[in-house]
Ligand binder design. Structure first.
Ligand code: IPM
Ligand code: MG
Length: 362
């Protein structure tokens, strides 16, 4: 089959991790005789350097013309990079937000999973880890504080800034439906996270989630306040299956959950719209401090490519083969620096990509 894939290498370590993911996709295509046609697109700082803006309309149109997008990472060091001297709407991150909005990518799936091979990297105590954990954070991605009206004004010498947290019931319903659909295929538990003791938007969130839950009698729903959730993630992460939450809470909790796995370099993510189209990217950032040094862990991007095959191209077997290849390479003891422990073999970005590509077979 022929498939069109957009690649957005981006900034920092982005280009090198996307290169390795492409290596793995190419091997997959060869084994199963698919044709992947790639379109390379500029976003973030890479786009600012060429076009003066982090995302052009032409790039959005080119992305829309593909079956799925695989992205590396965007952004630089906010203290030293000239990109951060620009006004906020022209900085690298604004490109990513615009792409999410323009492509309608409202459902963000962020798995946080403890690899048994990497247990030593988990910062939690043995007795807290227990039998490990496997959490799917479902983050609403195109609403809430990120996209509400904002302003900064000065009146009578007093500077005042406003951000608006706004959700309508339709925006809540569609992400809740996705959350329950996914929970149905997992351990059938949804924890909906909000701040309903304070916020109106959270009270609406809670009531719409409860309405949706009625259509999923096999799934258990519970509600948790976001501050409690932040605590429970380090107290007993094993209690969670699907965490369903709004944009800003999901941003914060997903970083916490990924850190708790001890392997942020391993975690993939998918951002989906109403169709099969999606944007896939590692959960980590652009790590400008190690860019271009063959040190970055490409596994999160490679696993994001696997998600792309599964969710956007319906290539389940191929996705499974990539995941199994990653598992195999870990079992053989190969590690990049971020997940290295005593007795393992330290490898660089390119070598890790080679090893994984070599393990892909029917
Ligand atoms: C993320 C990032 C983005 C976000 C930034 C880069 C705008 O932190 O994907 O979690 O806040 O959504
Ligand atoms: Mg974030």
């Amino acid at each position: 089959m022929d498939h069109k894939i957009a690649l957005i290498p981006g900034d920092g370590i982005g280009p090198e991790i996307v290169r390795e993911a492409r290596k793995v996709l190419d091997k997959t295509a060869k084994v199963w005789r698919h044709t992947f046609t790639y379109t390379e697109l500029l976003m973030g700082g890479a786009s600012i350097d060429v076009h003066g803006v982090p995302l052009t309309d032409e790039t959005v149109a080119a992305a829309k013309d593909t079956d799925a997008v695989l992205m590396g990472s965007i952004g630089g060091d906010a203290n030293t990079s000239p990109w951060y001297k620009l006004e906020p709407s022209r900085r690298p991150e604004a490109g990513l937000l615009k792409l999410r909005k323009e492509l309608g990518l409202f459902a963000n799936l962020r798995p946080a999973y403890l690899y048994k091979e990497l247990k030593a990297a988990c910062p939690l105590r043995e007795d807290i880890i227990g039998n490990g954990f496997d959490i799917m954070i479902m983050r609403e991605l195109t609403g809430g504080l990120y996209f509400g009206a904002r302003s900064t004004v000065e009146e009578n010498g007093l500077r005042t800034a406003t951000d608006t947290l706004v959700y309508n019931e339709e925006e809540i319903r569609r992400i809740a439906i996705r959350g329950f659909d996914i929970a149905k295929k997992r351990r059938k538990k949804v924890t909906s996270v909000d701040k309903a003791n304070v916020l109106d938007s959270s009270r609406l969130w809670r009531s719409v989630v409860e309405e949706v839950a009625r259509d999923y009698p096999e799934v258990t729903l519970s509600h948790m306040l976001v501050d409690n959730c932040a605590m429970q993630l380090v107290r007993d992460p094993g209690q969670f299956d699907v965490i369903l939450t709004e944009n800003m809470f999901g941003d914060i909790l997903s970083d916490e959950a990924s850190m708790v796995t001890g392997s942020i370099g391993m975690l993939s993510s998918a951002s989906l719209n109403e169709t099969k189209f999606g944007l896939y990217e590692p959960s980590h950032g652009s790590a400008p401090d190690i860019a271009g040094q063959d040190k970055a862990n490409p596994i999160a991007t490679i696993l994001s490519a696997a998600m792309l095959l599964r969710y956007s191209l319906d290539l389940d077997k191929e996705a499974g083969a990539i995941e199994a290849a990653v598992q195999k390479v870990l079992e053989k003891g190969y590690r990049t620096g971020d997940i290295f422990s005593e007795g393992c073999t330290l490898v660089g970005t390119a070598k890790m990509g080679d090893l994984i590509a070599d393990e892909i077979h029917e």
